[in-house]
Design a protein. Structure first.
Length: 201
Protein backbone atom coordinates (compact mmCIF):
# COMPACT_ATOMS: atom_id res chain seq x y z
CA UNK A 1 0.00 0.00 0.00
CA UNK A 2 1.50 3.34 -1.01
CA UNK A 3 1.28 6.40 1.18
CA UNK A 4 -1.34 8.16 -0.95
CA UNK A 5 -3.62 5.13 -0.79
CA UNK A 6 -3.17 4.87 2.98
CA UNK A 7 -3.99 8.56 3.45
CA UNK A 8 -7.14 8.33 1.32
CA UNK A 9 -8.44 5.06 2.72
CA UNK A 10 -7.63 5.27 6.43
CA UNK A 11 -10.67 5.56 8.70
CA UNK A 12 -11.22 5.55 12.46
CA UNK A 13 -12.33 2.07 13.54
CA UNK A 14 -13.85 2.13 17.02
CA UNK A 15 -14.98 -1.50 17.20
CA UNK A 16 -12.26 -4.13 17.12
CA UNK A 17 -11.93 -7.80 18.01
CA UNK A 18 -10.45 -8.85 21.38
CA UNK A 19 -7.80 -11.01 19.68
CA UNK A 20 -4.26 -10.11 20.81
CA UNK A 21 -1.96 -8.23 18.46
CA UNK A 22 1.62 -9.46 18.16
CA UNK A 23 4.41 -7.42 19.69
CA UNK A 24 6.05 -7.28 16.26
CA UNK A 25 3.04 -5.49 14.75
CA UNK A 26 2.81 -3.11 17.71
CA UNK A 27 6.48 -2.26 17.31
CA UNK A 28 5.86 -1.50 13.63
CA UNK A 29 3.30 1.10 14.71
CA UNK A 30 5.74 2.62 17.18
CA UNK A 31 8.51 2.70 14.60
CA UNK A 32 6.26 4.55 12.14
CA UNK A 33 5.33 7.05 14.84
CA UNK A 34 8.97 7.56 15.75
CA UNK A 35 9.73 8.83 12.24
CA UNK A 36 7.40 11.82 12.53
CA UNK A 37 8.87 15.27 11.89
CA UNK A 38 9.78 17.55 14.79
CA UNK A 39 11.17 21.06 14.94
CA UNK A 40 14.81 21.12 16.11
CA UNK A 41 14.74 17.28 15.93
CA UNK A 42 13.49 17.11 19.53
CA UNK A 43 11.44 13.91 19.06
CA UNK A 44 9.14 14.88 21.96
CA UNK A 45 6.74 11.91 21.73
CA UNK A 46 6.58 9.16 24.34
CA UNK A 47 4.57 5.91 24.14
CA UNK A 48 2.90 3.81 26.85
CA UNK A 49 1.77 0.46 25.40
CA UNK A 50 -1.00 -1.26 27.35
CA UNK A 51 -2.03 -4.87 26.70
CA UNK A 52 -3.67 -7.53 28.85
CA UNK A 53 -3.89 -6.53 32.50
CA UNK A 54 -1.73 -3.50 31.72
CA UNK A 55 -4.90 -1.76 30.55
CA UNK A 56 -6.17 -1.71 34.13
CA UNK A 57 -4.02 1.34 34.84
CA UNK A 58 -6.00 3.28 32.26
CA UNK A 59 -9.30 1.79 33.43
CA UNK A 60 -8.74 2.79 37.05
CA UNK A 61 -7.90 6.33 35.96
CA UNK A 62 -11.08 6.52 33.88
CA UNK A 63 -13.11 5.28 36.87
CA UNK A 64 -11.51 7.62 39.40
CA UNK A 65 -12.12 10.62 37.16
CA UNK A 66 -15.74 9.66 36.54
CA UNK A 67 -16.44 9.08 40.23
CA UNK A 68 -14.85 12.39 41.18
CA UNK A 69 -17.06 14.20 38.70
CA UNK A 70 -20.26 12.89 40.28
CA UNK A 71 -19.26 12.72 43.92
CA UNK A 72 -16.41 15.13 44.58
CA UNK A 73 -13.83 12.49 45.37
CA UNK A 74 -12.21 9.33 44.05
CA UNK A 75 -14.53 6.38 44.51
CA UNK A 76 -17.38 8.57 45.74
CA UNK A 77 -20.73 9.06 44.07
CA UNK A 78 -23.80 10.92 45.25
CA UNK A 79 -27.41 10.70 44.14
CA UNK A 80 -30.05 13.04 45.59
CA UNK A 81 -27.66 13.92 48.42
CA UNK A 82 -27.23 10.33 49.59
CA UNK A 83 -24.32 7.99 49.02
CA UNK A 84 -25.04 5.25 46.50
CA UNK A 85 -25.04 1.64 47.68
CA UNK A 86 -21.65 -0.02 47.42
CA UNK A 87 -22.86 -2.34 44.66
CA UNK A 88 -23.99 0.63 42.58
CA UNK A 89 -20.62 2.30 43.05
CA UNK A 90 -18.83 -0.85 41.99
CA UNK A 91 -21.03 -1.19 38.94
CA UNK A 92 -20.37 2.41 37.98
CA UNK A 93 -16.62 1.96 38.39
CA UNK A 94 -16.71 -1.24 36.36
CA UNK A 95 -18.48 0.58 33.53
CA UNK A 96 -15.70 3.15 33.31
CA UNK A 97 -12.88 0.64 33.79
CA UNK A 98 -14.30 -1.27 30.82
CA UNK A 99 -13.42 1.68 28.56
CA UNK A 100 -9.79 0.61 28.75
CA UNK A 101 -10.68 -2.84 27.43
CA UNK A 102 -12.38 -1.78 24.19
CA UNK A 103 -9.30 -2.93 22.27
CA UNK A 104 -6.54 -5.48 22.92
CA UNK A 105 -3.92 -2.75 22.61
CA UNK A 106 -4.10 0.83 23.86
CA UNK A 107 -1.19 3.15 23.23
CA UNK A 108 -1.09 6.34 25.25
CA UNK A 109 0.95 9.03 23.52
CA UNK A 110 2.37 11.95 25.44
CA UNK A 111 4.42 14.98 24.58
CA UNK A 112 7.54 15.80 26.57
CA UNK A 113 8.42 19.33 25.40
CA UNK A 114 12.10 20.09 25.07
CA UNK A 115 13.61 22.83 27.22
CA UNK A 116 16.21 23.67 24.57
CA UNK A 117 16.51 27.36 23.69
CA UNK A 118 14.40 28.32 20.69
CA UNK A 119 11.98 25.41 20.98
CA UNK A 120 8.34 26.47 20.80
CA UNK A 121 6.08 24.41 23.08
CA UNK A 122 3.20 24.51 20.57
CA UNK A 123 5.45 22.98 17.91
CA UNK A 124 6.28 20.12 20.27
CA UNK A 125 2.57 19.28 20.43
CA UNK A 126 2.36 19.45 16.64
CA UNK A 127 5.20 16.93 16.40
CA UNK A 128 3.51 14.53 18.83
CA UNK A 129 0.28 14.79 16.84
CA UNK A 130 2.23 13.93 13.68
CA UNK A 131 3.56 10.83 15.44
CA UNK A 132 0.01 9.75 16.24
CA UNK A 133 -1.05 10.21 12.63
CA UNK A 134 1.91 8.14 11.43
CA UNK A 135 0.77 5.42 13.81
CA UNK A 136 -2.78 5.49 12.46
CA UNK A 137 -1.56 5.28 8.86
CA UNK A 138 0.70 2.37 9.73
CA UNK A 139 -2.17 0.56 11.47
CA UNK A 140 -4.27 0.90 8.34
CA UNK A 141 -1.44 -0.33 6.12
CA UNK A 142 -1.14 -3.41 8.36
CA UNK A 143 -4.86 -4.14 8.11
CA UNK A 144 -5.54 -3.13 11.71
CA UNK A 145 -8.38 -1.01 13.02
CA UNK A 146 -7.44 2.00 15.12
CA UNK A 147 -9.03 5.07 16.60
CA UNK A 148 -7.53 8.18 18.21
CA UNK A 149 -9.46 8.84 21.42
CA UNK A 150 -9.11 11.89 23.63
CA UNK A 151 -11.77 13.86 25.54
CA UNK A 152 -11.79 15.56 28.92
CA UNK A 153 -10.66 12.56 31.01
CA UNK A 154 -7.42 12.40 29.02
CA UNK A 155 -6.50 15.91 30.17
CA UNK A 156 -7.38 15.31 33.83
CA UNK A 157 -4.54 15.40 36.42
CA UNK A 158 -5.47 11.86 37.50
CA UNK A 159 -4.71 10.60 33.99
CA UNK A 160 -1.33 12.32 34.02
CA UNK A 161 -0.65 10.69 37.37
CA UNK A 162 -1.53 7.27 35.95
CA UNK A 163 1.34 7.52 33.48
CA UNK A 164 3.77 9.33 35.75
CA UNK A 165 3.88 12.46 33.62
CA UNK A 166 5.74 15.54 34.78
CA UNK A 167 3.98 18.90 35.07
CA UNK A 168 5.39 19.97 31.70
CA UNK A 169 4.18 16.81 29.93
CA UNK A 170 0.72 16.13 28.52
CA UNK A 171 -1.16 13.24 26.99
CA UNK A 172 -2.14 13.89 23.38
CA UNK A 173 -3.80 10.61 22.39
CA UNK A 174 -5.12 7.25 23.49
CA UNK A 175 -4.84 5.05 20.40
CA UNK A 176 -7.00 1.92 20.52
CA UNK A 177 -5.80 -0.83 18.15
CA UNK A 178 -7.08 -4.25 17.12
CA UNK A 179 -8.36 -6.38 14.30
CA UNK A 180 -11.39 -4.59 12.78
CA UNK A 181 -14.76 -5.93 13.94
CA UNK A 182 -16.77 -3.81 11.50
CA UNK A 183 -16.44 -2.94 7.81
CA UNK A 184 -14.43 0.15 7.05
CA UNK A 185 -16.83 3.10 6.86
CA UNK A 186 -17.18 5.19 3.74
CA UNK A 187 -16.04 8.77 3.89
CA UNK A 188 -15.89 11.81 1.66
CA UNK A 189 -14.12 15.14 1.72
CA UNK A 190 -15.18 18.50 0.37
CA UNK A 191 -13.00 19.42 -2.63
CA UNK A 192 -9.62 20.74 -1.60
CA UNK A 193 -10.13 23.64 -4.00
CA UNK A 194 -12.74 25.01 -1.58
CA UNK A 195 -10.10 25.21 1.16
CA UNK A 196 -7.15 26.51 -0.84
CA UNK A 197 -5.92 30.00 -1.66
CA UNK A 198 -3.18 30.26 -4.28
CA UNK A 199 -0.84 33.25 -3.87
CA UNK A 200 1.16 33.50 -7.06
CA UNK A 201 1.83 37.22 -7.50
Amino acid sequence: MDVFQAIRERRSIGRVKPDPISRERIEQLLEAANWAPSHHATEPWRFYVMTGAGRQRLGEAYADIAMQSVGGGAGAAVVSGAAEPTEAKQAERAKHIAKAYRAPVVIAVSVSPSAKPGVNRIEEFAAAHCAVHNMLLAAHALGLGAIWRSGEPMYHPRMKEAFGLADTEELVALVYVGEPAVPQPECTRRPVQQKTVWLEE
